[in-house]
Design a protein around this ligand. Structure first.
Ligand code: T1G
Length: 691
C-alpha cells in the first residue's frame, strides 16, 4: 500500500494501491505512519510523496463512503502533512483528483510531469471537496479561479496548473530527483509555505471577481444543492479563519455525502465500470486487433458510426451503393464536423485530420482489408441478411462482422454467413458520435474474443459498452416499448401529451416521451408497428393524418415555422378524445405521480423479465443502458436502482392492480419481481450467472 525508503536525506514515500491509488483507509494509515516515521528520523531532512502506476491519487476511495469511517480521516491526514516539522513535496507523475489533489495541497510544494493533471471533481458526485480543498485552493490560486475549477469538476493539465500556481514546476526529467531537490532546498531555507497560514483577506477586486464567478456558477447549476454549499465554503475563505472554514466545509460535506442523489451517482460510477465484467468471459481474453474499419451505409447512423471511428483515430471506409447516396452521407459527416468547428469545440485542423480518415467508397469490395465491418443499412431482415452473405464473401477471415440493428434477431443475421462466430450486434444510439451507450449484442454463436474485441473497441470509441442478449429490442428498446405503450394508454385513459411530458421532465428526463417522439419522427415507430402488425391508436391516427412530428411541424404538438418549441394542439386533443369515446372510456385526470407509476413500473417489470431471461448480466447493466442511452436522470441511479428506492412490494402491488383494471396481462408482475417483493429483497447486486 505505502512504502518508504531514504535517499540522500530524503524520505521517499511511495503509494502503491492499484489501479489508481485511491485513498483507502490502508493508504491513509500507511501514508500517515510513513510521514510520522520520517518526521522523527534524524537522518531525514525532507520528505517526498510519490505514487506508482498511472495516477498520482484518484481521490478518496468512493467505495468507502457511507461505511463506518476508518481513521485517519482524510482531513486529519492532510493536516498532518501540512503540520509536518519537515518539508513535504508531492511528486505528481499522473492525475491527482479530489482527495489526491487535497493531499498535494497539504504538502508544501508540488512538482509535476507534463502528463500530470489535477482536479477537484467532487461536484460530479453531488459533493464538494471534503478534505480542505475549498479552503486551500482559493488561498493558492484566488477564490474566483478556485470556484470555477471546483464547480466544473474538470481536471486541468500540468501547464495550466503551473500557470495558476497549483504546481511549482513541471519537469521533463527525473521527477523524483526534481522533487527531492525541491524538498532539500526548502529544508535548507529552514521554512516552507503552509496554505492554512496564507491570509484570507482579499482586495475589493478579488471579492468582486469571486462574486461575479459565484453568480455565473449558481445560474448554471442552481438546482444542485452542492453548488450552493461550494459557493458558501469558498466565500468563507474571505470571512472566516481557516479552521472555521474547514469546519464549515466538513459540515456541508457530511450532509451531502448522506444525500440520496449523491449515493445514486456513486452507484452509477461503479455500475458503469462493472459492465466490463461479463460473467463467463475471462478478463484477460485476447482481443482481435482493429487497425481499419468499414461501415456499410452512409445514412444518419452509418455516418455517425464512421465519425466515431475517425474520432478514435481509426481509418474507416464508408460504403454506399450509389454515388448520390455516398456524397449525401459524406456531406452530412462534413457538416457535423463543421458544427463542432463553428462551436469552437474543434479546430479546423483537427476536423481535417479526422475527416481525412473517412474514405467514401462504392460497393462491398472496399471491405476486403477491414478488421471490423459495421452494417448500418435499412432496418429490414432481408436487406441485412443479403449484406451479411456478401460480407462473408468479401471480408478477410477473422474480421469482425457487426450489425447496428436496433432490435432485429442477430442470430438470424449471423445465419446468413458461414462464420456466425464472427458476427456480433453493435447497437449504437443516435446521434452515434455523441451518445455514450453501445449495446454489444451477443448472439448464440458469437465467439468470446469477438465479445472482448467489441468491449475493447467500445471503450476505444469513448463509449460505455454493455453486453446484452438477443431478443426483440435487446434491453433498452425492449423496456422503451413498455413505456411507449403505457404512454399511449394514458392518453386514451384521459391524460394529454403535455401532462405526460411535464410529469416525465419533472421526474428528471430532459424530454418527455411525446416531445421525444416528435423530435425523432413518428414514422419510425409507425413503420416498426406495421412490420410487426401491431397497433397504437393515437400514434397511428397521427401518422395517418400526416402528423409525423417536428419534420412536418405537426405531431403530438404543433410547431411554428423554424421553431422547435412544442405547442398544445386542440386538433390532437380532440382526436384523442374521439378515440377514448370510441372505446367507451370515460376520461379522467392523472396526477404526475400516477403518470410516473404507469410509465415506469411496466419498464421495471420488463427489466425483471430481461434479468430472468439472462438478456442482461446484472441490474446495474440495465441501469447503465438507461442512463447513457435514454437520458434517465443519473441522480436517480437508473430504473432498477430507482425501483429499489420505491420498494418492489409497492411496484408489484400496483402492477397487479393495473393488470386487473386494464385487462393487460403484460402488466402482471414478472416472477422475479414477485419473488423479490415477497421476500422483501431489492434488485441491487443481482447478477445473472446464466448470462
Ligand atoms: N475510488 C474507488 N475506486 C476508484 C476510484 C475512486 N476514487 N477511481 C477509480 N476507481 C476504480 C474504478 O472503479 C475502476 O475499478 C478502476 O479504479 C479504474 O477506474 C474527500 C470526497 C482516475 C480518471 O471522482 O475519474 O476524493 O472496475 O476505469 O478510465 O474531497 O477512475 O477496475 O475494479 O475509471 O483510467 C474524487 C474518480 C473522489 C475520480 C481513471 N475522485 N475516478 O480513469 O480508470 S471523492 C474521483 C476517475 C473525493 C475528497 C472527495 C477515473 C480516473 P475496476 P477507471 P480510468
Amino acid at each position: 500500500m505505502v512504502r518508504a525508503e531514504k535517499r540522500a536525506g530524503v524520505a521517499l514515500v511511495t503509494i502503491d494501491n492499484p489501479p489508481v491509488n485511491a485513498l483507502s483507509a490502508g493508504v491513509r494509515r500507511g501514508l500517515l505512519e510513513a510521514v510520522q516515521t520520517a518526521a522523527s528520523d534524524a537522518d531525514v531532512r525532507a520528505i517526498v510523496i510519490l505514487s506508482s502506476g498511472k495516477a498520482f491519487i484518484a481521490g478518496a476511495d468512493i467505495s468507502e463512503f457511507g461505511k463506518s469511517p476508518q481513521p485517519p480521516s482524510l482531513p486529519d491526514l492532510v493536516a498532518a502533512l501540512e503540520e509536518c516539522p519537515k518539508p513535504v513535496v508531492a511528486a505528481l507523475q499522473g492525475i491527482a483528483l479530489g482527495g489526491g489533489l487535497e493531499v498535494a495541497l497539504g504538502c508544501h510544494s508540488r512538482i509535476a510531469t507534463p502528463a500530470a493533471k489535477v482536479g477537484l471533481p467532487e461536484v460530479k458526485l453531488r459533493l464538494i471537496p471534503g478534505a480542505g480543498g475549498t479552503q486551500r485552493l482559493p488561498r493558492l490560486i484566488g477564490a474566483a479561479s478556485a470556484l470555477r475549477m471546483m464547480s466544473s469538476g474538470e481536471p486541468i493539465d500540468a501547464a495550466t496548473a503551473l500557470e495558476l500556481g497549483i504546481v511549482d514546476a513541471v519537469v521533463e526529467r527525473d521527477l523524483v530527483e526534481a522533487a527531492s531537490a525541491r524538498a532539500l532546498d526548502l529544508a535548507q531555507a529552514g521554512s516552507w509555505p503552509r496554505l492554512r497560514e496564507r491570509a484570507n483577506s482579499a482586495t475589493p477586486e478579488e471579492r468582486e471577481a469571486f462574486e461575479a464567478a459565484a453568480k455565473e456558477v449558481f445560474r448554471r447549476a442552481a438546482e444542485m444543492p452542492n453548488i450552493a454549499a461550494l459557493i458558501e465554503t469558498v466565500r468563507a475563505t474571505f470571512e472566516l479563519p481557516f479552521d472555521e472554514g474547514l469546519a464549515l466545509e466538513r459540515r456541508h460535506f457530511l450532509r451531502l455525502v448522506d444525500d440520496d442523489r449523491s449515493k445514486a451517482l456513486r452507484y452509477v460510477f461503479f455500475a458503469e465500470r462493472e459492465t466490463a465484467r461479463v460473467p463467463g468471459l475471462p478478463k484477460d481474453m485476447p482481443v482481435r486487433p482493429i487497425a481499419r474499419a468499414a461501415v456499410i451505409g452512409a445514412g444518419t447512423m452509418g455516418g455517425g458510426i464512421a465519425t466515431c471511428f475517425a474520432n478514435a483515430g481509426i481509418p474507416v471506409a464508408v460504403i454506399e451503393t450509389s454515388g448520390e447516396a455516398l456524397s449525401r452521407g459524406m456531406r452530412r459527416i462534413d457538416s457535423t464536423y463543421e458544427t463542432s468547428v463553428r462551436r469552437g469545440t474543434m479546430t479546423a485542423e483537427e476536423k481535417d485530420r479526422r475527416f481525412r480518415r473517412i474514405e467514401g467508397r462504392i460497393g462491398l469490395e472496399a471491405v476486403a482489408d477491414a478488421d471490423i465491418i459495421v452494417e448500418a443499412a435499412y432496418e429490414e431482415m432481408g436487406v441485412k441478411k443479403a449484406i451479411f452473405a456478401e460480407l462473408d464473401r468479401h471480408t478477410r477471415p477473422g474480421a469482425t462482422l457487426a450489425t447496428n440493428t436496433s432490435y432485429l434477431d442477430v442470430n438470424e443475421i449471423a445465419s446468413a454467413t458461414s462464420r456466425p462466430e464472427d458476427v456480433v450486434g453493435l447497437h449504437f444510439f443516435s446521434p452515434a458520435n455523441v451518445m455514450r451507450l453501445l449495446e454489444v449484442v451477443r448472439a448464440e454463436k458469437t465467439a468470446p474474443d469477438v465479445i472482448a474485441t467489441s468491449l475493447s473497441l467500445g471503450r476505444r470509441l469513448g463509449k460505455i459498452p454493455v453486453v446484452v442478449g438477443v431478443c426483440f429490442g435487446f434491453v433498452g428498446n425492449r423496456m422503451l416499448a413498455r413505456r411507449t405503450a403505457a404512454a399511449e394508454r394514458l392518453l386514451i385513459a384521459g391524460a394529454l401529451p403535455h401532462e405526460v411530458d411535464a410529469a416525465v421532465t419533472q421526474f428528471g428526463f430532459r424530454m418527455g416521451p411525446f416531445a421525444m417522439a416528435d423530435l425523432a419522427g413518428l414514422d419510425i415507430g409507425w413503420r416498426t408497428r406495421q412490420s410487426l402488425g401491431t397497433k397504437a391508436a393515437v400514434a397511428d391516427a397521427l401518422c395517418e393524418a400526416g402528423r409525423l412530428g417536428q419534420k412536418t411541424r405537426r405531431g403530438y404538438y404543433a410547431y411554428a415555422e423554424g421553431d422547435r418549441t412544442p405547442h398544445r394542439d386542440p386538433e390532437v386533443e380532440r382526436l384523442i378524445g374521439e378515440i377514448s369515446a370510441s372505446r367507451g372510456v370515460e376520461r379522467r385526470t392523472f396526477t404526475p405521480d400516477e403518470i410516473i407509476e404507469r410509465l415506469m413500473y411496466p419498464m421495471v417489470n420488463e427489466g425483471a423479465r430481461i434479468l430472468e431471461e439472462g438478456i442482461a448480466a446484472r441490474t446495474g447493466d440495465i441501469d447503465v443502458i438507461w442512463l447513457n442511452g435514454y437520458g434517465w436522470p443519473a441522480w436517480r441511479g437508473g430504473p432498477m436502482y430507482w425501483a429499489d428506492s420505491v420498494g418492489l412490494d409497492r411496484i408489484a402491488g400496483r402492477l397487479d392492480t393495473l393488470a386487473t383494471e386494464t385487462g393487460d396481462d403484460s402488466l402482471e408482475p414478472a416472477p422475479l419481481l414477485k419473488r423479490l417483493a415477497g421476500e422483501g429483497l431489492p434488485f441491487a447486486n443481482l447478477t445473472q450467472e446464466r448470462f
